[in-house]
Design a protein around this ligand. Structure first.
Ligand code: G6Q
Length: 541
């Protein structure tokens, strides 16, 4: 496709203008839409890669859906998707391909990038990871004093932490319970100190996970962990207790880790898209190479669905288009992710990075500013816990929040009827948020007139219900890929660069300068507010 298509202002498309008009004139509530069309639920529920997506509680009419699908055509979303899958450098500001999908291609499905089949290298790394993971799981990999490894500490931050940390909890039911996992990310020393409290250096393996191997937090924690180890076992133990996951072999050896114990990945894997690369080493140790392979198969199944399913039933495309409708045309600024699964406790945090770091942008690819809303704020907590706290605002607050309610049908821990209770709660919330409760319904319960307004639920809050049969490695992969591609679709419609993160990069740089000034008062000053805060900190510390 021509670069002009990518850079063009989406507001100039016919579909955009139609959507703006529809948003200004559509008056039907979700309750009316549901009650007036007996076929609505069927028409707006689709499945792929064992994931079921029900969009019937969204504020979309047939006209809106048609215009959104037209918008995808006018914005060349399919061609952009094919460019991404083919390794075109769609990350323009960093001049990189965006090929996390190559990480999960099955054997016999080559992927050329700049003239090379990258799946050969991907498979080599996976094979090395598998051999290593097996040796840790079986006890064949021994620490410096000959002890078996029983604690694994992953040190990384952002994309090198959130995916592995989320997957660790999500797949606990499939994990080797004789191994304890810790995820250390914060430069606050408390994070490392508390994690190491329960670890014995002789039986601890540290995975230093950093694409660049230069990130302040990770390197600081890695050096501190190295000192902790060396103090009790000596320098020679480092090679049995430290491995690295990185793209930077030079820095890995400088740190003192043998590159034979380094697992690589590539610049075409963005940090927040890397949990299925070597960054997932801790996941593979936990669930084994087969479990990791099933997770990759789930990712790939959703990739295939995205690449080949017609637009009308393409899950990530529909989810992405609905996200654009809610954010840009209905002005709904936030989406709550509400998984009804304790195993998905860290999924909202994971999605926060995936969605907000990708689409929190306000200029298009050619640098021109957007004059429409882009990436929504994502946040959330598992249900039912959230119901006893912030759901109040979702139901009756003055802001409209869209929700993704995630339902897992089969519990890995069936206890009496608790799973039915959990799902009943998920469906009750989906119904009340979307349909509300009218004054008449409240009064019909015998509520006194003065109390009725307090008990009315306005409803009309858009809800997507995403259901899976089990939270196993396959479905986790499919679920993550669903969101990854939805994020891609949103970015393609808005014309922004979803794969860079200049806001994150700047934070890393500025902190280094301030650190210098904290440590040496004669170092360069900043702005008056920062200088005053530095001075206060120096006095208080
Ligand atoms: C992800 C971001 C960011 C990154 C971290 C860690 O997309 O770029 O979250 O993952 O800053 O970077 P390193 O892996 O290089 O340490």
């Amino acid at each position: 496709m021509s670069p002009d298509d990518v850079h063009a202002d989406p507001t100039q498309t016919r579909a955009w203008q139609r959507l703006a008009l529809l948003a200004a004139t559509s008056e039907s509530t979700i309750r009316e839409l549901l009650d007036e069309d007996p076929d609505r639920v069927k028409a707006l529920t689709h499945a792929g890669a064992r994931v079921h997506l029900d969009l019937s509680r969204q504020r979309i009419t047939d006209d809106v859906l048609r215009a959104l699908l037209d918008l995808a055509v006018e914005r060349n979303v399919a061609a952009r998707r094919d460019d991404m899958l083919a390794g075109v450098h769609i990350n323009v500001t960093e001049d990189r391909a965006v090929l996390h999908t190559a990480l999960r291609r099955p054997a016999g499905a080559p992927q050329m990038v700049d003239g090379t089949d990258v799946t050969t290298e991907v498979r080599d790394v996976l094979a090395r990871m598998a051999a290593f993971a097996e040796s840790v799981r079986s006890g064949a990999w021994l620490g410096g004093t000959g002890e078996r490894i029983t604690s694994i500490v992953n040190i990384g931050i952002g994309g090198s932490d959130l995916g592995p940390a989320m997957a660790h909890i999500a797949l606990e039911a499939f994990s080797d319970r004789s191994l304890a996992f810790h995820f250390v990310s914060n430069v606050d020393p408390t994070d490392l100190v508390e994690a190491l409290r329960s670890c014995d250096p002789a039986s601890t393996l540290v995975i230093v996970a950093s694409k660049t191997f230069t990130t302040l937090e990770t390197m600081t924690n890695a050096h501190a962990a190295r000192r902790w180890l060396v103090e009790s076992l000596g320098d020679s133990a480092v090679e049995r207790h430290f491995v690295a996951v990185s793209t930077n072999a030079e820095k890995v050896s400088e740190f003192g880790i043998d590159t034979a114990n380094m697992f690589g990945f590539w610049d075409w894997v963005g940090g927040r898209y890397s949990m299925d690369s070597a960054i997932g080493l801790s996941t593979m140790i936990a669930v084994g190479p087969d479990g990791f392979g099933q997770m990759l198969a789930g990712f790939h199944a959703m990739d295939e669905h995205f690449a080949t399913t017609p637009p009308e039933s393409n899950l990530p495309l529909l989810m992405g288009l609905v996200a654009v409708w809610n954010r840009t045309f209905l002005g709904i600024g936030t989406t709550a992710v509400l998984p009804y699964s304790q195993y998905l406790a860290r999924f909202p945090a994971y999605l926060q990075q995936l969605t907000m770091e990708s689409n929190g942008k306000s200029v298009r690819l050619d640098g021109t500013p957007v004059d429409y809303e882009t990436g929504a704020i994502f946040w959330g907590e598992p249900g039912t816990n959230g119901q006893h706290s912030f759901y109040q605002l979702l139901h009756q607050g003055t802001s409209t929040v869209a929700s993704d309610i995630i339902v897992v049908a089969r519990s890995e821990n069936p206890l009496t009827d608790q799973q039915d209770m959990l799902v009943a709660n998920a469906l009750a919330q989906a119904a009340v948020l979307s349909r509300g409760r009218t004054p008449e319904e409240v009064a019909a319960d015998g509520t006194p007139a003065w109390l009725v307004p307090h008990k009315v639920m306005p409803g009309n809050r858009p809800v997507s219900v995403i259901s899976i049969e089990r939270l196993d490695p396959f479905s986790l992969g499919a679920l993550v890929a669903l969101y990854e591609h939805s994020v891609f679709v949103q970015g393609a419609i808005w014309g922004i660069g979803s794969f860079d993160q200049w806001g994150v990069e700047l934070g890393k740089k500025v902190a280094m300068g301030i650190l210098e000034t904290i440590e040496d008062a004669s170092a360069p000053a900043f702005d008056p507010a920062t200088d005053a805060s530095i001075e206060l900190y120096r006095r208080l510390r």
